[in-house]
Write a protein that binds this ligand. Structure first.
Ligand SMILES: Cc1cc2nc3c(=O)[nH]c(=O)nc-3n(C[C@H](O)[C@H](O)[C@H](O)COP(=O)(O)OP(=O)(O)OC[C@H]3O[C@@H](n4cnc5c(N)ncnc54)[C@H](O)[C@@H]3O)c2cc1C
Ligand SMILES: *[C@@H]1O[C@H](CO)[C@@H](O)[C@H](O)[C@H]1NC(C)=O
Length: 353
Protein backbone atom coordinates (compact mmCIF):
# COMPACT_ATOMS: atom_id res chain seq x y z
CA UNK A 1 0.00 0.00 0.00
CA UNK A 2 2.69 2.44 0.99
CA UNK A 3 4.60 1.51 -2.12
CA UNK A 4 1.51 2.04 -4.25
CA UNK A 5 0.89 5.43 -2.68
CA UNK A 6 4.39 6.58 -3.25
CA UNK A 7 4.22 5.54 -6.90
CA UNK A 8 0.99 7.49 -7.20
CA UNK A 9 2.62 10.51 -5.61
CA UNK A 10 5.58 10.33 -7.90
CA UNK A 11 3.31 10.05 -10.91
CA UNK A 12 1.23 13.02 -9.81
CA UNK A 13 4.35 14.93 -9.04
CA UNK A 14 5.86 14.26 -12.46
CA UNK A 15 2.65 15.08 -14.27
CA UNK A 16 2.25 18.40 -12.64
CA UNK A 17 5.94 19.12 -12.95
CA UNK A 18 5.79 18.33 -16.64
CA UNK A 19 2.95 20.78 -17.11
CA UNK A 20 4.81 23.51 -15.27
CA UNK A 21 8.41 22.74 -15.93
CA UNK A 22 8.62 25.75 -18.17
CA UNK A 23 5.63 27.95 -17.40
CA UNK A 24 4.82 30.67 -19.90
CA UNK A 25 3.93 34.04 -18.46
CA UNK A 26 2.19 36.90 -20.25
CA UNK A 27 2.82 40.37 -18.85
CA UNK A 28 0.34 43.00 -20.02
CA UNK A 29 1.81 46.52 -20.11
CA UNK A 30 5.36 47.89 -19.95
CA UNK A 31 4.89 50.50 -17.24
CA UNK A 32 6.64 50.14 -13.89
CA UNK A 33 4.47 47.09 -13.09
CA UNK A 34 5.40 45.28 -16.30
CA UNK A 35 9.08 46.24 -16.18
CA UNK A 36 9.44 45.14 -12.56
CA UNK A 37 7.76 41.83 -13.38
CA UNK A 38 10.00 41.34 -16.42
CA UNK A 39 13.14 41.97 -14.41
CA UNK A 40 12.39 39.25 -11.83
CA UNK A 41 11.02 36.70 -14.31
CA UNK A 42 14.18 37.13 -16.36
CA UNK A 43 16.32 36.59 -13.26
CA UNK A 44 14.38 33.39 -12.52
CA UNK A 45 14.77 32.17 -16.08
CA UNK A 46 11.02 31.94 -16.59
CA UNK A 47 9.67 32.22 -20.13
CA UNK A 48 7.68 35.41 -20.61
CA UNK A 49 6.54 38.10 -23.04
CA UNK A 50 5.59 41.68 -22.31
CA UNK A 51 2.82 43.05 -24.53
CA UNK A 52 2.66 46.83 -24.67
CA UNK A 53 0.03 48.71 -26.65
CA UNK A 54 1.99 51.93 -27.17
CA UNK A 55 5.29 52.60 -28.88
CA UNK A 56 6.96 53.25 -25.53
CA UNK A 57 7.88 51.74 -22.20
CA UNK A 58 7.32 53.61 -18.94
CA UNK A 59 3.50 53.79 -19.05
CA UNK A 60 1.95 56.88 -17.57
CA UNK A 61 5.36 58.46 -16.88
CA UNK A 62 5.95 59.17 -20.55
CA UNK A 63 4.58 62.65 -21.18
CA UNK A 64 2.63 63.32 -24.40
CA UNK A 65 1.48 66.72 -25.45
CA UNK A 66 -1.40 65.12 -27.35
CA UNK A 67 -4.73 64.21 -25.79
CA UNK A 68 -7.59 62.15 -27.16
CA UNK A 69 -6.56 59.40 -29.55
CA UNK A 70 -3.19 58.54 -31.02
CA UNK A 71 -2.34 58.03 -34.69
CA UNK A 72 -3.83 54.53 -34.53
CA UNK A 73 -7.09 55.71 -33.03
CA UNK A 74 -6.33 54.33 -29.56
CA UNK A 75 -6.91 56.50 -26.47
CA UNK A 76 -3.74 58.24 -25.24
CA UNK A 77 -2.75 56.29 -22.12
CA UNK A 78 -0.65 58.81 -20.19
CA UNK A 79 -2.11 61.24 -17.67
CA UNK A 80 1.12 63.20 -17.13
CA UNK A 81 1.19 66.98 -17.34
CA UNK A 82 4.08 69.17 -18.26
CA UNK A 83 5.01 70.64 -14.89
CA UNK A 84 4.47 67.50 -12.81
CA UNK A 85 6.92 66.59 -10.10
CA UNK A 86 6.59 63.41 -8.09
CA UNK A 87 4.21 63.83 -5.16
CA UNK A 88 6.27 61.45 -3.02
CA UNK A 89 9.88 61.94 -1.96
CA UNK A 90 12.29 60.10 -4.23
CA UNK A 91 13.36 57.59 -1.57
CA UNK A 92 9.84 56.14 -1.55
CA UNK A 93 9.86 55.76 -5.33
CA UNK A 94 13.06 53.82 -5.76
CA UNK A 95 13.00 50.69 -7.90
CA UNK A 96 14.52 47.93 -5.79
CA UNK A 97 18.26 47.51 -6.32
CA UNK A 98 18.54 50.48 -8.65
CA UNK A 99 19.36 53.69 -6.76
CA UNK A 100 17.77 56.96 -7.85
CA UNK A 101 20.57 59.32 -8.98
CA UNK A 102 21.98 61.26 -6.01
CA UNK A 103 21.80 64.53 -7.91
CA UNK A 104 18.01 64.24 -8.31
CA UNK A 105 16.06 66.64 -6.07
CA UNK A 106 13.80 65.18 -3.34
CA UNK A 107 10.79 65.54 -5.65
CA UNK A 108 12.10 64.79 -9.14
CA UNK A 109 10.45 66.17 -12.27
CA UNK A 110 8.49 63.75 -14.41
CA UNK A 111 11.27 63.80 -17.06
CA UNK A 112 13.82 62.76 -14.45
CA UNK A 113 11.67 59.96 -13.16
CA UNK A 114 10.88 58.76 -16.68
CA UNK A 115 14.61 58.73 -17.54
CA UNK A 116 15.18 56.72 -14.38
CA UNK A 117 12.56 54.12 -15.42
CA UNK A 118 14.16 53.82 -18.86
CA UNK A 119 17.58 53.37 -17.27
CA UNK A 120 16.15 50.58 -15.07
CA UNK A 121 14.82 48.73 -18.13
CA UNK A 122 18.19 49.07 -19.82
CA UNK A 123 20.20 48.02 -16.78
CA UNK A 124 18.15 44.84 -16.27
CA UNK A 125 18.13 44.33 -20.04
CA UNK A 126 14.43 43.55 -20.37
CA UNK A 127 13.64 45.58 -23.49
CA UNK A 128 14.17 42.61 -25.78
CA UNK A 129 11.21 40.81 -24.15
CA UNK A 130 8.83 43.70 -24.82
CA UNK A 131 6.58 43.68 -27.87
CA UNK A 132 5.73 47.33 -28.45
CA UNK A 133 2.59 48.33 -30.34
CA UNK A 134 0.97 45.03 -29.38
CA UNK A 135 -2.45 45.62 -27.89
CA UNK A 136 -4.00 42.89 -25.76
CA UNK A 137 -7.59 42.43 -26.85
CA UNK A 138 -8.80 39.31 -25.13
CA UNK A 139 -7.73 37.11 -22.23
CA UNK A 140 -9.82 33.96 -21.89
CA UNK A 141 -9.58 30.93 -19.64
CA UNK A 142 -9.89 27.79 -21.74
CA UNK A 143 -9.33 24.48 -19.96
CA UNK A 144 -6.16 25.06 -17.96
CA UNK A 145 -4.61 27.76 -20.12
CA UNK A 146 -4.95 31.47 -20.67
CA UNK A 147 -5.63 32.25 -24.31
CA UNK A 148 -4.26 35.70 -24.94
CA UNK A 149 -5.34 37.41 -28.13
CA UNK A 150 -3.40 40.48 -29.17
CA UNK A 151 -2.89 42.67 -32.18
CA UNK A 152 0.16 44.26 -33.75
CA UNK A 153 -1.43 47.67 -34.18
CA UNK A 154 0.25 49.06 -37.33
CA UNK A 155 -0.22 45.88 -39.39
CA UNK A 156 -3.46 44.80 -37.69
CA UNK A 157 -2.03 41.29 -37.47
CA UNK A 158 -3.71 39.26 -34.74
CA UNK A 159 -2.11 36.58 -32.64
CA UNK A 160 -3.41 34.12 -30.09
CA UNK A 161 -1.09 32.39 -27.66
CA UNK A 162 -1.44 30.06 -24.70
CA UNK A 163 0.00 31.08 -21.36
CA UNK A 164 0.08 29.46 -17.92
CA UNK A 165 0.12 32.76 -16.03
CA UNK A 166 -1.05 36.30 -16.74
CA UNK A 167 0.27 39.38 -14.98
CA UNK A 168 -2.01 42.35 -15.59
CA UNK A 169 0.06 45.53 -15.44
CA UNK A 170 -2.05 47.79 -17.62
CA UNK A 171 -2.42 50.54 -15.02
CA UNK A 172 -5.53 52.20 -13.67
CA UNK A 173 -4.93 55.92 -14.00
CA UNK A 174 -6.05 56.30 -17.57
CA UNK A 175 -9.83 56.01 -17.89
CA UNK A 176 -11.42 59.20 -16.50
CA UNK A 177 -14.07 58.98 -13.85
CA UNK A 178 -16.50 61.77 -14.77
CA UNK A 179 -18.97 62.96 -12.15
CA UNK A 180 -22.57 63.18 -13.22
CA UNK A 181 -23.67 66.73 -12.41
CA UNK A 182 -27.03 68.28 -13.18
CA UNK A 183 -27.08 70.92 -15.91
CA UNK A 184 -23.61 70.13 -17.22
CA UNK A 185 -24.94 70.05 -20.78
CA UNK A 186 -26.16 73.66 -20.42
CA UNK A 187 -22.74 74.98 -19.45
CA UNK A 188 -21.13 77.08 -22.20
CA UNK A 189 -17.53 76.97 -20.92
CA UNK A 190 -14.93 74.24 -21.44
CA UNK A 191 -14.82 71.03 -19.40
CA UNK A 192 -11.94 68.53 -19.31
CA UNK A 193 -10.79 65.73 -17.01
CA UNK A 194 -7.33 65.83 -15.41
CA UNK A 195 -6.35 62.90 -17.68
CA UNK A 196 -6.39 65.46 -20.53
CA UNK A 197 -4.69 68.28 -18.63
CA UNK A 198 -1.24 69.11 -19.99
CA UNK A 199 -0.32 72.79 -19.57
CA UNK A 200 -1.81 75.80 -17.75
CA UNK A 201 -1.51 78.13 -20.76
CA UNK A 202 -5.15 77.91 -21.99
CA UNK A 203 -6.30 79.13 -18.54
CA UNK A 204 -4.45 82.44 -18.61
CA UNK A 205 -6.62 85.25 -17.13
CA UNK A 206 -9.60 82.87 -16.90
CA UNK A 207 -11.85 81.94 -14.01
CA UNK A 208 -11.22 78.24 -13.57
CA UNK A 209 -13.05 75.67 -11.46
CA UNK A 210 -11.10 72.65 -10.24
CA UNK A 211 -13.22 69.78 -8.91
CA UNK A 212 -11.63 67.40 -6.41
CA UNK A 213 -8.83 67.58 -3.86
CA UNK A 214 -6.96 64.35 -4.43
CA UNK A 215 -3.31 64.45 -5.54
CA UNK A 216 -4.26 65.66 -9.07
CA UNK A 217 -6.75 68.24 -7.79
CA UNK A 218 -4.24 69.79 -5.40
CA UNK A 219 -1.40 69.75 -7.86
CA UNK A 220 -3.30 71.02 -10.90
CA UNK A 221 -4.90 73.79 -8.78
CA UNK A 222 -1.46 75.16 -8.02
CA UNK A 223 -0.30 74.81 -11.63
CA UNK A 224 -3.37 76.61 -13.02
CA UNK A 225 -3.37 79.27 -10.28
CA UNK A 226 -0.02 80.48 -11.63
CA UNK A 227 -1.79 81.95 -14.66
CA UNK A 228 -5.53 82.08 -13.99
CA UNK A 229 -7.48 85.16 -12.92
CA UNK A 230 -9.37 83.20 -10.28
CA UNK A 231 -9.11 79.64 -9.09
CA UNK A 232 -12.30 78.17 -7.65
CA UNK A 233 -11.71 74.85 -5.90
CA UNK A 234 -14.72 72.66 -5.19
CA UNK A 235 -14.17 69.63 -2.96
CA UNK A 236 -15.34 67.87 0.19
CA UNK A 237 -11.97 67.02 1.69
CA UNK A 238 -11.81 67.37 5.47
CA UNK A 239 -8.05 67.86 5.37
CA UNK A 240 -6.76 71.17 6.67
CA UNK A 241 -4.54 72.12 3.74
CA UNK A 242 -1.26 73.78 4.49
CA UNK A 243 -0.81 74.44 0.80
CA UNK A 244 0.16 78.09 0.19
CA UNK A 245 -2.63 79.08 -2.21
CA UNK A 246 -2.56 82.53 -3.82
CA UNK A 247 -5.08 85.24 -2.90
CA UNK A 248 -7.26 84.61 -5.96
CA UNK A 249 -8.01 81.08 -4.68
CA UNK A 250 -11.57 80.43 -3.51
CA UNK A 251 -12.66 77.24 -1.73
CA UNK A 252 -16.14 75.90 -2.33
CA UNK A 253 -18.09 72.83 -1.26
CA UNK A 254 -19.51 70.29 -3.75
CA UNK A 255 -21.35 71.37 -6.87
CA UNK A 256 -25.15 71.33 -6.87
CA UNK A 257 -25.62 72.13 -10.56
CA UNK A 258 -24.39 73.97 -13.59
CA UNK A 259 -26.18 76.60 -15.60
CA UNK A 260 -25.07 78.35 -18.81
CA UNK A 261 -22.59 80.67 -17.16
CA UNK A 262 -21.45 79.03 -13.99
CA UNK A 263 -21.95 76.75 -11.04
CA UNK A 264 -24.28 76.73 -8.06
CA UNK A 265 -22.73 74.99 -5.04
CA UNK A 266 -24.51 72.95 -2.38
CA UNK A 267 -24.29 75.92 0.03
CA UNK A 268 -26.41 77.95 -2.43
CA UNK A 269 -23.60 80.25 -3.59
CA UNK A 270 -22.98 80.89 -7.27
CA UNK A 271 -19.75 81.52 -9.20
CA UNK A 272 -19.38 82.46 -12.84
CA UNK A 273 -16.95 80.03 -14.40
CA UNK A 274 -15.05 79.99 -17.70
CA UNK A 275 -13.46 76.55 -17.56
CA UNK A 276 -13.77 73.36 -15.52
CA UNK A 277 -11.18 70.70 -14.80
CA UNK A 278 -12.53 67.53 -13.19
CA UNK A 279 -9.88 65.97 -10.97
CA UNK A 280 -12.28 63.23 -10.02
CA UNK A 281 -10.10 60.19 -10.35
CA UNK A 282 -10.04 57.16 -12.58
CA UNK A 283 -11.98 53.98 -13.23
CA UNK A 284 -10.79 50.41 -13.53
CA UNK A 285 -10.83 49.44 -17.14
CA UNK A 286 -9.91 45.94 -18.26
CA UNK A 287 -11.90 45.51 -21.47
CA UNK A 288 -9.73 42.54 -22.45
CA UNK A 289 -10.55 40.39 -19.42
CA UNK A 290 -13.12 37.79 -20.42
CA UNK A 291 -15.76 36.53 -17.97
CA UNK A 292 -14.13 33.07 -18.03
CA UNK A 293 -11.51 34.67 -15.73
CA UNK A 294 -14.12 34.40 -12.97
CA UNK A 295 -13.77 38.08 -12.09
CA UNK A 296 -16.39 40.76 -11.73
CA UNK A 297 -15.05 44.12 -12.86
CA UNK A 298 -16.85 47.39 -12.27
CA UNK A 299 -15.54 50.98 -12.51
CA UNK A 300 -14.45 50.93 -8.86
CA UNK A 301 -13.86 47.29 -8.01
CA UNK A 302 -12.26 44.08 -9.21
CA UNK A 303 -13.46 41.03 -7.30
CA UNK A 304 -12.69 38.52 -5.92
CA UNK A 305 -8.99 39.23 -5.41
CA UNK A 306 -6.72 37.86 -2.69
CA UNK A 307 -4.65 40.68 -1.19
CA UNK A 308 -5.95 43.07 -3.88
CA UNK A 309 -3.90 41.05 -6.28
CA UNK A 310 -4.50 37.35 -7.00
CA UNK A 311 -7.61 36.28 -8.93
CA UNK A 312 -9.24 33.94 -6.41
CA UNK A 313 -11.26 32.01 -9.00
CA UNK A 314 -8.27 31.57 -11.33
CA UNK A 315 -5.16 32.07 -9.19
CA UNK A 316 -2.79 32.01 -12.17
CA UNK A 317 -3.82 35.60 -12.89
CA UNK A 318 -2.31 38.51 -10.98
CA UNK A 319 -3.34 42.19 -10.96
CA UNK A 320 -0.59 44.68 -10.28
CA UNK A 321 -0.88 47.95 -8.41
CA UNK A 322 -4.44 47.85 -7.14
CA UNK A 323 -3.32 48.34 -3.55
CA UNK A 324 -4.47 51.68 -2.19
CA UNK A 325 -2.58 54.24 -0.13
CA UNK A 326 0.77 52.62 -0.84
CA UNK A 327 4.10 53.79 -2.17
CA UNK A 328 3.18 52.18 -5.46
CA UNK A 329 6.66 51.68 -6.90
CA UNK A 330 7.78 49.79 -3.80
CA UNK A 331 4.46 47.93 -3.58
CA UNK A 332 4.74 46.76 -7.20
CA UNK A 333 8.16 45.24 -6.46
CA UNK A 334 6.78 43.43 -3.41
CA UNK A 335 3.83 42.19 -5.44
CA UNK A 336 6.07 40.61 -8.06
CA UNK A 337 8.13 38.84 -5.39
CA UNK A 338 4.93 37.61 -3.74
CA UNK A 339 3.51 36.50 -7.08
CA UNK A 340 6.66 34.66 -8.04
CA UNK A 341 6.89 32.65 -4.85
CA UNK A 342 3.26 32.16 -3.97
CA UNK A 343 1.54 32.04 -7.32
CA UNK A 344 4.06 30.95 -9.92
CA UNK A 345 6.34 29.08 -7.50
CA UNK A 346 3.65 27.30 -5.52
CA UNK A 347 2.26 25.61 -8.59
CA UNK A 348 5.32 23.41 -8.84
CA UNK A 349 5.97 23.18 -5.08
CA UNK A 350 2.41 22.09 -4.39
CA UNK A 351 2.71 19.12 -6.73
CA UNK A 352 5.67 17.81 -4.72
CA UNK A 353 3.63 17.60 -1.51
C1 LIG B 1 -0.54 62.07 -13.06
C2 LIG B 1 0.00 60.95 -12.20
C3 LIG B 1 0.98 61.20 -11.26
C4 LIG B 1 1.49 60.19 -10.47
N1 LIG B 1 2.46 60.51 -9.57
C5 LIG B 1 2.99 59.53 -8.81
C6 LIG B 1 4.05 59.82 -7.89
O1 LIG B 1 4.49 60.96 -7.77
N2 LIG B 1 4.55 58.79 -7.17
C7 LIG B 1 4.09 57.51 -7.30
O2 LIG B 1 4.61 56.62 -6.64
N3 LIG B 1 3.09 57.21 -8.15
C8 LIG B 1 2.53 58.18 -8.90
N4 LIG B 1 1.54 57.89 -9.79
C9 LIG B 1 1.02 56.52 -9.84
C10 LIG B 1 1.53 55.76 -11.06
O3 LIG B 1 0.39 55.15 -11.58
C11 LIG B 1 2.62 54.76 -10.72
O4 LIG B 1 3.77 55.51 -10.35
C12 LIG B 1 3.05 53.83 -11.84
O5 LIG B 1 3.36 54.59 -12.97
C13 LIG B 1 2.05 52.74 -12.17
O6 LIG B 1 2.63 51.90 -13.14
P1 LIG B 1 1.83 50.78 -13.91
O7 LIG B 1 2.85 50.01 -14.67
O8 LIG B 1 0.96 50.06 -12.96
O9 LIG B 1 0.82 51.53 -14.90
P2 LIG B 1 1.09 52.48 -16.17
O10 LIG B 1 2.25 53.33 -15.97
O11 LIG B 1 -0.21 53.10 -16.45
O12 LIG B 1 1.45 51.46 -17.36
C14 LIG B 1 0.51 50.59 -17.94
C15 LIG B 1 0.97 50.21 -19.34
O13 LIG B 1 0.08 49.21 -19.86
C16 LIG B 1 -0.20 49.50 -21.23
N5 LIG B 1 -1.48 48.89 -21.59
C17 LIG B 1 -2.73 49.24 -21.15
N6 LIG B 1 -3.66 48.46 -21.72
C18 LIG B 1 -3.01 47.59 -22.53
C19 LIG B 1 -3.43 46.54 -23.41
N7 LIG B 1 -4.72 46.20 -23.56
N8 LIG B 1 -2.48 45.85 -24.10
C20 LIG B 1 -1.16 46.16 -23.97
N9 LIG B 1 -0.71 47.16 -23.16
C21 LIG B 1 -1.63 47.86 -22.45
C22 LIG B 1 -0.19 51.02 -21.29
O14 LIG B 1 0.05 51.47 -22.60
C23 LIG B 1 0.95 51.37 -20.32
O15 LIG B 1 2.19 51.47 -20.99
C24 LIG B 1 1.02 58.88 -10.61
C25 LIG B 1 0.01 58.62 -11.56
C26 LIG B 1 -0.48 59.63 -12.35
C27 LIG B 1 -1.54 59.30 -13.36
C1 LIG C 1 -27.14 80.99 -13.31
O1 LIG C 1 -27.53 80.96 -11.97
C2 LIG C 1 -27.18 82.13 -11.21
C3 LIG C 1 -27.56 81.91 -9.76
O2 LIG C 1 -28.88 81.50 -9.62
C4 LIG C 1 -27.84 83.38 -11.84
O3 LIG C 1 -27.44 84.52 -11.12
C5 LIG C 1 -27.44 83.44 -13.29
O4 LIG C 1 -28.09 84.54 -13.91
C6 LIG C 1 -27.75 82.17 -14.04
N1 LIG C 1 -27.28 82.24 -15.38
C7 LIG C 1 -28.10 82.08 -16.42
C8 LIG C 1 -27.52 82.24 -17.77
O5 LIG C 1 -29.26 81.76 -16.26
Amino acid sequence: MIKYLSILCVTLHLNTMAANVNPRVCIIGAGIAGLTSARYLKEEGIHFNVLEATKYIGGTWRYEQRVGNDEYGLPIHTSMYKHLRTNLPKATMELHGFPIPKEYPSFPTREMFYDYIKAYAKYYDVEKYIKLLHNVMHVRRVENKWKVKYKHIPSETEYEEDYDFVIVGSGHHSKPNYPNIEGENLFKGTIIHSHDYRVPDPYKHRKVLIVGAGPSGMDISLDVAEVSKTLVHSHHSKVNFRTPFPSHYIQKPDIKKFNETGVIFVDGTFEEIDDVIYCTGYQYDYPFIHESSGLTISPHSVTPLYKYMVNINQPSMIFMGLVVRACLVVALDAQVIFGLSTVIGLQTEKSAV
